[in-house]
Design a protein around this ligand. Sequence first.
Ligand SMILES: Nc1ncnc2c1ncn2[C@@H]1O[C@H](COP(=O)(O)OP(=O)(O)OP(=O)(O)O)[C@@H](O)[C@H]1O
Length: 340
Amino acid sequence: MSAALKVHNLYRYFGHLQAVNGVSFEVPHGSVCGFVGANGAGKTTTMRILATLDYPTMGVAEVCGINVVNHPSEVRKLIGWMPDHFGNYEHMTVLEYLDFYARALGYKGKERRQRVQEVMEFTDLIPLAERFSNKLSKGMTQRLGLGRALLHDPQVLIMDEPAAGLDPKARVELKHLIRVLAKEGKTIFISSHILSELGEMCDSLLFINAGRVVHHGNAEDLKRGADALGGVLYDVQVAGEAQTVSDWCVLQPHVEFLEARKHGGRIRIETDDPAKAADVLSRMVKDGLRVVEFHREQRNLEDAFIDILGRIERGEKNVIAPPPMPETKSAPTATTASES
Ligand SMILES: Nc1ncnc2c1ncn2[C@@H]1O[C@H](COP(=O)(O)OP(=O)(O)OP(=O)(O)O)[C@@H](O)[C@H]1O
């Protein structure tokens, strides 16, 4: 069975700006994939191409085996697209808004009313049915956007930064809805900057940097550091000058100072052998550091992401180089994408 989403050697140039630079990945049916990257990494551009809103300069993007450039209408039936920002209409209530889109999708009469009702129940919009759609809070607006994206019961949901700007309660509600949709078997491709939240709900995480995929893997592996820098992180706190920790680390082989904290900092010891960590601690004490705290820390997703970027900068990570563009094109053309 083909993947729900398949992107192969995808490029999107805006003039000389290489927004997407040879990206390849697959998202299996029924899985939740988090799309992670710094601002400007190319997430929205990739998602817009998958959502048939933009053309690749070159390469292939498919939804459920259907090419997005060659068969956009068929792809639109399969996907629900939730952009990071979307416009609302003045003087249109939540109910009227969803009813309007249901009509546009071709739902008629009783079936339309029923579908709108189902979506409003799922997104908990019934109490807001008569509220003007442009007067909602950010969290309510996101639920309305999700409702709109779900009206035609799509197999695949593409969500660009749905949690941005939401308060903690609204984020929990959104996460719950995504979990329910995943349980129903929908494929969900979701971008976010909040890595800890993505880790909890995603089967895989796709890291993109400067238009290139730098990692595609499972959150637990990343956290364990299996594919990150290696070594183990320790929180070290001292009585007295916090800077003594970083000064000490500079002179030590196999110990790296990662981040300053109020009374010391976070360090990485390049081995997972506890005896070696004990040696480091005993050297610290021997060298006069007044250590009051020395404990192992779990690597979180942010650490893993920063580790990966650091490795790339130092040329240590094997980022599989995409094949070079045969010829640089300044303007995208739909005809350059071909079905595989
Ligand atoms: N229509 C456009 N014209 C010119 N440049 C563009 C266009 N759309 C995106 N870009 C540029 O392409 C690069 C990738 O942008 P994109 O929006 O895909 O990044 P992103 O990863 O979604 O970032 P963010 O997290 O900030 O939304 C950026 O440098 C952006 O300025």
